[in-house]
Design a protein around this ligand. Structure first.
Ligand code: DNO
Ligand code: MN
Length: 403
């Protein structure tokens, strides 16, 4: 009764192929219909095409990541009704095709954010890094977001200015690219890689959230869940919201899936267990007040998908993606509570215990430098992460499960 080992595949455009993934030890695939514009229905026909392609490589399609939530649903605009209806049809079609786990997020405008996608570690590998002062410098001096200053203390502004002064033109462009183009807006097609004025467009996307505070965003999220979850229940599909990454507000936007308080709210506003969580230790680990194994235990029955990786958090709030088994994050303890939950699920017959797991991101290393890949998703680095997690799981299971 192992955890189901998976890797993410970004579809036919992914420089890494299914044939390569099949050699990594992964048995399952996490993917989406990346070619379908956000908001449109995923038809049974299109779902089956991708499913069959995956299965022709001896793999299974275990998780949809993501079925994206359209910005107009997050903003609560009138057009949300039709978009939510479309979402329900996609959930239904996925359920009919045997896809039972859907990961998504509810972060306005951005998905995950980093300031450096190629931070070199001592051994020559590369990781993704979030530098707080540099992000602030981007907000105030590069983006020049109206009213940005009021979101920071004087000390933060001075530190950001000092960093900004050291940047040359190329670095300024690069940081804007890293933050704007690489994330959600890019993945959902709102900002293309060839976009001439990404900053202008990005400011417009941000401004559309004026007047939407944490409570309003929660209201819109609750409306979405209470509309969609009954369909998920009917077709035996679990939704699993991905935590905000990083788990705090950015660029004046509210973020509402960041903390234990948020998870409590999520469970109360729509109690069904089909309203679930993606347990991403990398995202949740970027906050000092998070005890990862406690969080897992508290929400175990709602957790339908696992992203396990480690985040090294520095005293000044900066963080980077460290090695999966870096001792600063105790993933062994996390694995222990995950296996305990699996045993509980098996005994009670409730819920599927074969929870899908992926190493989330990986470091760029070795042959990865000779091959294109999406930021955070190189082949060898993720293979290493998956292998380490698999070993950890096997050892822990040996200790915990009586033969
Ligand atoms: C980062 C991922 C996220 C995740 C989305 C889910 O690599 O963990 O982009 O896929 O937030 O909607
Ligand atoms: Mn994740």
């Amino acid at each position: 009764m192992e955890l189901k080992k998976t890797l993410r595949w970004f579809g036919d455009k992914d420089p890494i192929s299914l044939a390569q993934i099949a050699q990594t030890g992964a048995k399952g695939i996490v993917t989406a219909l990346h070619h379908i514009p956000n908001g449109e229905v995923w038809t049974v026909q299109e779902i089956l095409k991708t499913k069959n392609k995956i299965e022709s490589h001896g793999l299974t399609w275990d998780v949809v990541e993501s079925l994206p939530v359209h910005e107009n649903i997050k903003k609560g605009l009138a057009s949300r009704d039709l978009l939510i209806e479309n979402y329900k049809v996609s959930v239904k079609n996925l359920g009919l095709c045997g896809l039972k786990t859907i990961c998504y997020n509810f972060m306005p405008v951005l998905d995950w954010a980093r300031t450096d996608l190629n931070y070199t570690l001592n051994n020559g590998t590369e990781a993704m890094y979030f530098q707080v002062d540099l992000f602030t410098a981007f907000d105030i001096f590069i983006l020049k977001r109206p009213n940005a200053l009021q979101d920071y203390t004087k000390k933060q502004i001075i530190a950001a200015e000092a960093i900004y002064k050291t940047l040359n033109k190329k670095e300024i462009q690069e940081i804007a690219y890293n933050i704007i183009v690489v994330t959600q807006a890019f993945i959902d097609g709102a900002v293309g890689e060839d976009e001439k004025e990404p900053i202008k467009l990005f400011l417009k996307l941000l401004a559309e959230y004026n007047g939407i505070d944490k409570n309003k965003l929660r209201e819109n999220f609750s409306h979405f869940l209470n509309e969609v979850i009954p369909t998920a229940e009917k077709y035996d599909v679990n939704l699993a919201v991905h935590p905000d990454d990083p788990p705090f507000p950015l660029l004046g936007l509210p973020r509402i899936v960041s903390s234990i308080e948020d998870f409590n709210w999520l469970s109360k506003t729509c109690p069904s267990l089909n309203n679930g969580i993606t347990f991403c230790t990398g995202s949740l680990g970027a906050r000092k007040d998070h005890n990862l194994s406690k969080i897992f235990e508290q929400y175990a029955e709602r957790i339908h998908f696992l992203h396990l990786r480690s985040t090294k958090l520095l005293d000044n709030g900066d963080f980077y993606e460290t090695e999966h088994l870096d001792e600063t994050v105790n993933l062994a303890t996390v694995m222990k509570v995950i296996i305990a939950e699996q045993i509980r699920r098996k005994e009670t017959g409730r819920l599927d215990y074969n929870i899908p797991i992926r190493p989330d991101h990986g470091h760029k290393m070795l042959d990865d430098f000779n091959r294109k890949s999406n930021p955070g998703y190189p082949l060898i680095g993720r293979l290493k992460g998956l292998a380490e997690l698999s070993g950890l799981e096997a050892g822990m299971r040996y200790l915990m499960v009586k033969k």
